[in-house]
Design a protein. Structure first.
Length: 108
């Protein structure tokens, strides 16, 4: 499955636009609360910043995988115009949601 943030794929032609696809992942409350702690705590060193980055990467991977799975079920072989969004949700922004959205297409 080819995934791109652009609306075209160089050297390929789009045979059919299948539809919008998306995927989401949510990071739990404790990690987000710690993530948005004062910047001095994040920059201050230690292993926590690596933990946050890893959790965000994992959430992004889950969201992209869900988007790809949806596109595959629709018969697409590529997703174009992919956009990743990060949003806080819940009471006092206690959770972080990562969403991946794009257009499923069939390319030659």
């Amino acid at each position: 499955m080819l995934i791109t943030t652009t609306s075209t794929i160089e050297g390929k032609s789009i045979k059919k636009y299948v539809g919008l696809v998306n995927g989401e992942a949510i990071i739990g409350a404790n990690l987000v609360k710690d993530f948005f702690s004062p910047i001095r705590d994040v920059v201050g060193g230690g292993s926590q910043p690596g933990t946050y980055v890893q959790a965000l990467r994992e959430a992004k991977s889950i969201a992209i995988k869900e988007m790809i799975d949806q596109a595959t079920r629709l018969g697409a072989n590529a997703v174009i115009g992919v956009d990743l969004d990060y949003q806080t949700i819940g009471v006092n922004g206690a959770m972080l949601m990562v969403s991946a959205n794009g257009t499923a297409v069939i390319i030659e």
